[in-house]
Every structure is written in structure tokens, then in C-alpha cells.
Design a protein around this ligand. Structure first.
Ligand SMILES: Nc1nc2c(ncn2[C@@H]2O[C@H](COP(=O)(O)OP(=O)(O)OP(=O)(O)O)[C@@H](O)[C@H]2O)c(=O)[nH]1
Length: 508
């Protein structure tokens, strides 16, 4: 094996999803929009408690470039302090990775995944380089010789961006940019950007913005005080940013504003979580068991949800089509009701900022009765998918929820692969959301693994409480039922909460 390997990262990947690739996203949550002027002086409305409209003044070009680089923002933007995000405009990209551990095949898979991520963000992958190293170079991520080679690849292909397969220190990004002379972004910024493109709900948008800001804050420190300027004069004359008076640097103001914005977002997210908790506890009180589809991005979770519930959920051959959790009602063949939900797709090296920001959404997974862990059987490295998903499950403390591995897309996996997967996870179920193969088995499995009603009750339910009778029928198992003058005498097995409700009508 040679030390340096060129990958075919772009070749194995599927067609880019160009739609909306350059769509802009404004995340000012109160509906105020910012307005920019060509001159570089930007006025905008802020929803911060610090004050109303204000003027930021001008950044010089190098500062703007630094801001964009730090934020991983689009080329024609913007002042970070406007708290407005646009998508990365990554058009023609070259990928670069450092292979430190594992096999070459694993390193290449990681690059292939990076290629898919880049394409999901709307870019065209032109080439990819991997360098074998004990650890990334502290200055330029790859070694200086390799960086020059990368510059040649950039020149030859006409790429406008380099994407690194890791999270880089701000200094590394800057120094590598200095060598290759085009924009350099890292995997984290790329994933954050894809999430920003896919966020639809208010909660999803707020969560992504929070994650972006978390990514941003240490990077503000990274390019540091040298870019700070005294803006105390502006702050003091009232046009500034709620001013702490003279002497405050631009950097400090940025940082303070971002911190304020982050705590506002946290509050918003926790408010939305409360609303969701209420819904969930209503479901819990009705003891509706919940089954969650979790798994790697693009594994086919939405397709399975559609198949199992007939719900019209977006299915897209792109990473992270699903960002906002979808909860659907489903029923077993014996009429027991449960909820089936789709969750955000996981990915290798899911930025910790995202896991943090999406924690409240992911808590749904930790509260489930059963996790259907969907794995793409046609993927080159399903083991890596399983590992990555389990890492996130561990992170959100969902490891003690019963988990069932479902290998999906078996229509696209040859017999040899299926055999290998079978020996890898003997208890796994093999299905195809596309052809319908194995779905009856999956339904049956859900039925068997749903918590069963285990309390025996005998109760005389007055005719005025048809609601209770209906619940016993839908959530429990009726043993016998008799209509008497005083009401319905019913013997049934039900779950503990319903048993408690029925206590006042119990006859034994
Ligand atoms: N061949 C094959 N393709 C499938 C199957 N199930 C889903 N797909 C395809 O896989 C792609 C991703 O499917 P989704 O259902 O959107 O996957 P997901 O896991 O919800 O994706 P994220 O939203 O990224 O987490 C789509 O192009 C589907 O048509 C299957 O059983 N066989």
C-alpha cells in the first residue's frame, strides 16, 4: 500500500441534488429581515434585547473574508453579526482527507461519504486526495508537500473550493487556504450547511442556527484580537450595539451578540420542547407505545415509514432529507395503536454541535419503546453505519431502549453481501421498502416487540363511559364482555395506567 492514495471519491457517488442548492436561508426568528447595501454598510433590525436598528459600519475586505471563512458562509455575504446565514456556494470542489487509522477501504468510504455530502450541498466533486499520516498536520491539516500537490489538483480541475474530511482548527483552514488559494471548508461546516438547507420547521431552523453559532464562537476566538477594532466611539454615541462603552472591540461585540442570540435560541428550543413534551406525555398517558425509526442518513427510514403507515413523507435520494421528526399513528393487525416516528438521519462524525442542538428532538428516540435501527444493506460499509448510529444513540442515552436492526434495500444487495450481513447481525431483519419484501415480517416483529398489556382487570363500565370501553378495546386485550343492566361487564388485560383508571369500576 502506498503512503498517499488518490481516491475515486467523486465517482461512486450519485447525482447531485441541485434543487435549492443556492437557496438562501434567513434565520432571524422574529420575521425581521436584514437588508444589506452594496457599500458594505449594513443596517438591519435586531431582535436582541440590546436595542433596535443599528449600523454595523464597514468591515474591510479582509475582515469580511475572515468572517465568511469562519462561518463557512457564502461568498457574497455578509456580516456575521446580522445573524443571517446563507448556504455555502460550493460549486466545483476537491476533497481532501487524512487517513490516520483503520484500513484504506474505510478511509475511502469516509471520502465517498464526504463526496455524497458535498453533492447533497449542491456541488460537483472533481477529485479527492487522501494522505496517510499519523495525525493531521497542525499547520495545514495535510503535509506541506501534499498541500502543494492539492494546489496543483485545484489548478488543473479549476475547483473553487477544497473540503476537508474532518473538523479543522481555524488556523489550519486559513493556512491551507493560503497554499491552495481557494476557499477551504471542513466537514462540520459542510454538514451544518446541509442541515441549514433542509431545516423546515421553526424548531429545526432554530436548532441548526444554534449549532452553527456553537461552531462559530471558538472560531471567532481563532482569528482573534488582530481583527478586532475599537468601535467604542460608535457604541458610545448610541448608534452602536447597546454599547458597553469605549474600548469594546468589534470581536467582543460580535461574541457578545452571538452569545445573546444563542441563549435566545436555547430558550426558544426549550419552549418548543415543552410543547412536544406535553404532546408526548399525552401519548404516554394514553399509553400509546412508540416505535422510532433511527438510522444512517439515506438508509430508507422515510420510505419505511411511508410503507408502514401510508404517510406521505418526503423521500429523497439525498442525505438528510428528513430533519424534523415525523410522528405517525399506526396499528397492529390486532388493532393495537402505536406511534411510528422518523428521525433525523445520522452520519459519521455528526458534528457534536448538532447532536447537542438536536438533543431535544433526539430525546424522542431515548423515550421510545422500540428503536428500529435501519441500515442500508447496499452500502459499502454497513458496519461503519451501525457504529456511527450507535455512537449517537449512546450520546443521547438511548442504548437501553430495545433495538432491532433492519437491513433495508436488500433488493440492491447481492446474496454474498446478505450472507455476510446475516452473520454480522444474526437477529437482523432483511427488508426492501422499494419492493415490499419482508414488510409483513417487519409488521409482525413490531407487533411482537411492542409492550403488551399485562394487568388483568374485571370492571363494570357504565354505558355513559363508552370512551373507556373504546380504550380497552383499542389498547388492551379483551377476554370477555357482557352487557348487563348496569353497564358492560368486561374482563381484559390492559396496561398499568389504564388499569389504574379502571380501578373505580373494578368488580374484583
Ligand atoms: N433500492 C432501494 N432503494 C431504497 C429502498 N428504500 C429506500 N430507497 C431509496 O433510498 C433513498 C433514501 O430514502 P429515504 O427513505 O429518504 O431515506 P432516509 O433514511 O429517510 O434518509 P434521511 O432523510 O437522509 O435520513 C431514496 O432514493 C429511496 O428511494 C429500498 O428498499 N431499495
Amino acid at each position: 500500500m502506498t503512503a498517499d492514495q488518490r481516491t475515486d471519491a467523486g465517482k461512486g457517488a450519485t447525482a447531485p441534488v441541485a434543487e435549492e442548492a443556492t437557496h438562501d436561508l434567513t434565520v432571524a426568528s422574529d420575521g425581521h429581515s436584514s437588508s444589506g447595501s452594496q457599500s458594505g454598510v449594513r443596517r438591519f433590525t435586531t431582535d436582541s434585547a440590546d436595542g433596535p436598528d443599528f449600523t454595523l459600519g464597514e468591515y474591510d475586505l479582509s475582515e469580511r473574508a475572515a468572517l465568511r471563512r469562519v462561518a463557512g458562509l457564502s461568498t457574497e455575504l455578509t456580516d456575521i453579526t446580522e445573524v443571517e446565514y446563507r448556504q455555502l456556494r460550493l460549486e466545483r470542489v476537491v476533497l481532501v482527507g487524512v487517513w490516520t487509522t483503520g484500513t484504506l477501504a474505510q478511509a475511502e468510504n469516509s471520502m465517498r461519504e464526504l463526496a455524497r455530502l458535498a453533492e447533497t450541498a449542491g456541488s460537483e466533486v472533481l477529485d479527492g486526495l487522501v494522505q496517510r499520516r499519523d495525525r493531521p498536520d497542525p499547520a495545514t491539516y495535510i503535509g506541506s508537500g501534499k498541500a502543494k500537490e492539492l494546489r496543483d489538483v485545484v489548478d488543473t480541475t479549476g475547483a473553487d473550493t477544497v473540503i476537508c474530511d474532518g473538523e479543522l482548527a481555524p488556523g489550519q483552514l486559513r493556512q491551507l487556504e493560503g497554499v491552495v488559494k481557494v476557499k477551504v471548508v471542513d466537514r462540520t461546516a459542510l454538514i451544518l450547511d446541509i442541515f441549514a438547507q433542509h431545516a423546515r420547521s421553526r424548531e429545526g431552523k432554530a436548532q441548526v442556527e444554534l449549532a452553527q453559532l456553537q461552531y462559530l464562537v471558538p472560531r471567532l476566538r481563532g482569528w482573534g484580537e488582530s481583527l478586532s477594532r475599537q468601535v467604542g466611539g460608535r457604541a458610545a454615541n448610541g448608534v452602536g450595539i447597546g454599547g458597553r462603552g469605549p474600548g469594546e472591540t468589534k470581536l467582543e461585540i460580535d461574541r457578545r451578540r452571538i452569545t445573546a442570540r444563542m441563549s435566545k435560541l436555547r430558550k426558544e428550543i426549550s419552549g418548543m420542547k415543552t410543547a412536544r413534551d406535553v404532546k408526548r406525555s399525552r401519548r404516554d398517558n394514553n399509553q400509546v407505545p412508540s416505535v422510532v425509526l433511527a438510522g444512517y442518513t439515506n438508509a430508507g427510514k422515510s420510505s419505511l415509514l411511508n410503507r408502514l403507515t401510508g404517510a406521505g413523507v418526503l423521500v429523497e435520494n439525498a442525505l438528510f432529507a428528513t430533519l424534523d421528526p415525523t410522528v405517525r399513528r399506526a396499528e397492529t393487525s390486532d388493532g393495537r395503536v402505536y406511534t411510528l416516528s422518523d428521525t433525523v438521519g445520522f452520519v459519521r462524525h455528526l458534528p457534536h454541535q448538532l447532536v447537542e442542538a438536536f438533543r431535544s428532538t433526539l430525546e424522542e428516540v431515548a423515550a421510545a419503546d422500540l428503536i428500529l435501527h435501519v441500515v442500508d444493506a447496499s452500502d459499502e460499509d454497513p458496519e461503519a453505519q451501525i457504529k456511527a448510529v450507535r455512537e449517537v444513540l449512546a450520546d443521547i442515552e438511548a442504548l437501553d431502549v430495545p433495538e432491532q436492526i433492519i437491513f433495508n434495500k436488500v433488493d440492491d444487495a447481492d446474496a454474498e453481501t446478505q450472507l455476510r450481513l446475516r452473520s454480522l447481525v444474526p437477529s437482523a431483519l432483511f427488508v426492501s421498502a422499494r419492493t415490499g419484501f419482508g414488510l409483513d415480517d417487519l409488521r409482525q416483529l413490531i407487533e411482537e416487540r411492542l409492550p403488551r398489556p399485562d394487568r388483568s382487570v374485571v370492571a363494570l363500565i357504565p354505558y355513559t363511559r363508552g370512551d373507556l370501553l373504546a380504550r380497552i378495546h383499542s389498547d388492551g386485550e379483551v377476554v370477555s364482555e357482557d352487557h348487563t343492566n348496569d353497564g358492560t361487564l368486561i374482563s381484559a388485560r390492559v396496561r398499568p395506567d389504564l388499569a389504574a383508571t379502571l380501578e373505580e369500576f373494578a368488580t374484583v
